[in-house]
Ligand binder design. Structure first.
Ligand code: ZN
Length: 301
């Protein structure tokens, strides 16, 4: 049977999203389930593979490859999940091997934010820019680095952890085991903690319209801009993508963020040269990125 389909799966902290696409791009079919479902039965990775098989169904032999994104530290060879702080059962796991034992096609595992970056390259027309950095500020502070058309992985696969750079004067413990990480003061986690403590009656979606001018909100955006500018000053990107749920909230001061970043960039480069763009607000970007990445890995351009 002709291998004329690609599968893309995005495993997130709350939802697993699945998609089937054509070799040329475009989503043909999609589905989703709660990540909590994976815990039923005890073996979360086995349940994930079962859900993927059920989703693909009778088209299993038509699939040329699976792109699979997780919010994890992934080994440099992209075969093993090293650590997944927010989803139990996905630590020290040879997930690509397990998937390839279960399915008649190769599986390409990647860090979720790298797949978001891959999708944004398509959606924003940035495929020919290099290097490209991406910053996705949601619950955590996600970061993706692309140099020479490849995701930068570091020596062991653990590069691009901008959320875990230390911030002076921050004593908050982080899920990574350290204290004082940027993610604890400049991400959705920090916003939720501040809301609970200072504005318990304010729905999170109302925070920026009601309290966007507060000193706390200004510091919050400033810290975020400092983290982003720091990495941009090190890597002198041609473009930097700004995205994630926090930046998409009503009333989020995008202009103040961009201004803060520019203010801290080295002059004249990258301050005057780097393109700063907001992420595409696509539906299902993780799945679209997984499909694009599977296409890349198969050499389909
Ligand atoms: Zn940390």
């Amino acid at each position: 049977m002709a291998k004329d389909l690609l599968a893309g799966v995005d495993v997130g902290g709350t939802h697993v999203r699945l998609g089937l696409g054509s070799l040329r791009g475009g989503l043909l079919r999609e589905a989703g389930l709660a990540t909590a479902v994976l815990k039923d039965g005890g073996d979360a990775p086995a349940r994930l593979l079962k859900e993927i098989a059920a989703f693909i169904g009778p088209d299993l032999d038509r699939v040329a490859a699976l792109g699979l994104g997780l919010p994890s530290v992934v080994s440099k060879d992209r075969r093993t999940i090293l650590q997944t702080p927010n989803i139990p059962g996905f630590d020290q796991l040879p997930l690509a091997d397990l998937a390839e034992a279960a399915f008649p096609f190769p599986t390409f595992v990647e860090k979720d934010v790298n797949l978001l970056l891959r999708h944004d390259l398509d959606a924003l027309g940035l495929l020919d820019r290099d290097p490209v950095l991406a910053f996705y500020i949601g619950t955590g502070l996600g970061n993706a680095i692309r140099i020479g058309g490849q995701f930068y992985t570091g020596a062991r696969g653990a590069a691009g952890e901008l959320g875990h750079i230390p911030v002076w004067g921050n004593g908050v413990g982080c899920g990574c085991g350290n204290t004082g990480c940027m993610e604890m003061v400049a991400s959705g986690k920090a916003l939720a903690a501040h809301l609970a403590q200072a504005h318990p009656d304010c729905p999170i979606g109302e925070f920026f319209p009601r309290h966007g001018d507060s000193l706390w909100a200004q510091d919050f955006v400033r810290l975020m801009s400092m983290a982003i500018a720091t990495e941009m000053n090190i890597l002198d990107p041609e473009a930097a993508i700004l995205g994630g749920g926090v930046l998409q909230m009503a009333g989020f001061p995008r202009e103040a963020l961009v201004e803060g970043i520019r203010k801290s960039l080295r002059s004249p480069y990258p301050r005057e040269s780097a393109l700063l763009v907001f992420a595409a607000e696509s539906r299902n970007p993780g799945v679209l990125g997984a499909l694009a990445y599977a296409r890349d890995r198969l050499g389909l351009g």
